[in-house]
Ligand binder design. Structure first.
Ligand code: KIV
Ligand code: ZN
Length: 512
């Protein structure tokens, strides 16, 4: 058994399956680059056979990622597996992850297959995948609720067919740490040639135990791969959270004794990027990445931390990427200082032209806001605030009037395919009036399923970051916009969401 623990990130696949968290190809690429900076061992980039958008996203990621293995999920059939292999063709290191359910409930009710048929299909799938790539992961979906005798037969068979990683998911988040750990231990002891493969854990968080279960799978069960997502994103209550599990392993290395290759200083940037992209806000008291995770409010705690930091802090904020010096730049800061700060924040720009464009946006913001924080810089380069040539709609200007006792009015000027148009409307409040002004022209008919505002750096002087989630014809998209004026931020977020609804290229993983 090795001491290296593999971190398999599935934010772009299982995380994206969360209703409303669908991402465009460009968003997935941006997050994949951040995952590579974070040094995750495996990036599960999507489910190639699920849509052409997902196929293209995996293909794009496979072409640019050099340091992490890139993986695609596939059901246990030749068509899915061939699509996965095709999408991964240009990867430096490719993995096919094939799965089939093995619990009595799933086999009978969902698959309508007998255990013998499932066993046969699992064998054929792994055999087929191994002819296409050398690195094949097999997952027994709903593994924890499967009959151990049957599961042992399936796992023994797929090892014989050449599977290199065996994953035992707790698909519905039903496990308890000790039981899950012992379940994996028992499988590893009973399955012949168990030592020839890496054992993996994949835990959902329905009872809030995904991190604890994953760690038990490692410590009791002997697993050496953890599947997890940034911010614990994922269906229902989500998956095992990468930042929590990694910081547990690093902070308590004395207990776990395992090597984890993650560059933890990239954690906060990754968390922020995923939250901005999906519109899934991180709760303030969330471990490691929540805004309060390192804040000491009580006088006794503050006094203790000032005297000796480790009285109340078990991790250092800067080790996970929270900046020690938060006020960073202002109006007089030059391009070099801006570029250096981007580097410190782990943001790499593709070209000098991109740096120049970001610097111009920074100057524009600095004219309106005296102190620029790291969070402002990250928002500036997050992609949501960068209009691209592909965008159909882009924000130009906004005027609104609101007064106590009067119905607010707004006029929004925006461009549609490069041509300026103007929409005017009243509304319940200035935000409502502004979005109705846009809609009066666009007539998308989309339903708004989420609207949220967040102060980027925590005070009224900060920029407002608005997330708008729209639903239309079965598709759900998120738009994010930021600006010191939250009405403007709202209009930008709305236009950004409309761009995603309109753009055919962006049709990734439609959500019902
Ligand atoms: O939760 C699960 O069982 C999965 C598998 C497809 C690995 O996500
Ligand atoms: Zn899952």
């Amino acid at each position: 058994m090795t001491d290296k623990l593999i971190i398999f990130d599935t934010t772009l696949r299982d995380g994206e399956q969360s209703p409303g968290a669908s991402m465009t190809r460009d968003e997935k690429l941006r997050i994949a680059r951040q995952l590579e900076r974070l040094k995750v061992d495996v990036i599960e980039a999507g489910f190639a056979a699920s849509s052409s958008g997902d196929f293209e996203a995996i293909q794009g990621i496979a072409r640019v990622i050099k340091d992490s293995t890139v993986c695609s999920l596939s059901r246990a059939n030749d068509r899915d597996i061939s699509r996965a292999a095709e999408a991964l063709k240009d990867a430096q290191r490719a993995r096919i992850h094939t799965f089939i359910a093995t619990s009595p409930l799933h086999m009978e009710k969902k698959l309508r297959m007998s255990p013998e048929e499932v066993l046969e299909q699992a064998k054929l799938a792994v055999r087929f995948a191994r002819n296409l790539v050398g690195d094949v992961e097999f997952s027994a979906e709903d593994g924890f609720r499967s009959d151990p005798d049957f599961l042992c037969r399936v796992l023994e068979a797929v090892i014989k067919e050449g599977a290199t990683t065996l994953n035992i998911p707790d698909t519905v988040g039903y496990a308890i740490p000790e039981l899950y750990g012992n379940f994996i231990k028992n499988l590893r002891e009973r399955v012949p040639n168990a030592d020839k493969v890496i054992w993996s854990v994949h835990c959902h968080n329905d009872l809030g135990m995904a991190v604890a279960n994953s760690l038990a799978g490692v410590m009791i069960g002997g697993a050496r791969q953890i599947e997890c997502t940034i911010n614990g994103l994922g269906e229902r209550a989500g998956n095992c959270s990468l930042e929590e599990v990694v910081m547990a392993l690093k902070t308590r290395k004395d207990y776990f004794g395992l090597e984890v290759g993650i560059d933890t200083t990239q954690i906060v940037s990754a968390s922020r990027m995923v939250s901005q992209t999906t519109g899934f806000v991180v709760q303030p008291n969330k471990a490691v990445v929540g805004a309060n995770a390192f804040a000491h409010a009580s006088g006794i705690h503050q006094d203790g931390v000032l005297k000796a930091r480790d009285t109340y802090e078990i991790m250092r904020a800067e080790d996970v990427g929270w900046s020690a010096n938060k006020i960073v730049l202002g109006k007089l800061s030059g391009r070099n200082a801006f570029k250096a700060r981007l580097q410190e924040l782990g943001v790499s720009m593709e070209s000098e032209a991109d740096v120049n464009a970001a610097f111009a946006r920074f100057k524009e913001l600095a004219d309106r806001k005296s102190e620029i924080f790291d969070e402002d810089i990250l928002a500036l380069v997050s992609g949501e605030n960068i209009s691209s040539d592909k965008d159909q709609y882009s924000f130009v200007s906004l005027a609104q009037h609101s007064e106590t006792g009067e119905r607010p009015q707004a006029t929004v000027v925006f461009s549609v395919d490069g041509k300026e148009v103007k929409g005017t409307s009243d509304g319940n409040g200035p935000v409502d009036a502004s979005l109705k002004a846009i809609e009066s022209h666009v007539k998308s008919g989309a339903e708004m399923v989420l609207y949220s505002v967040n102060a980027i750096s925590g005070s009224t002087e900060s920029q407002g970051e608005v997330t708008v989630r729209l639903q239309n014809s079965g598709r759900v998209v998120n738009g994010v916009g930021s600006d010191p004026d939250i009405v403007v931020a709202s209009a930008k977020a709305y236009l950004s969401a409309l761009n995603k609804l309109q753009s055919k290229a962006d049709r990734v993983a439609a959500q019902g």
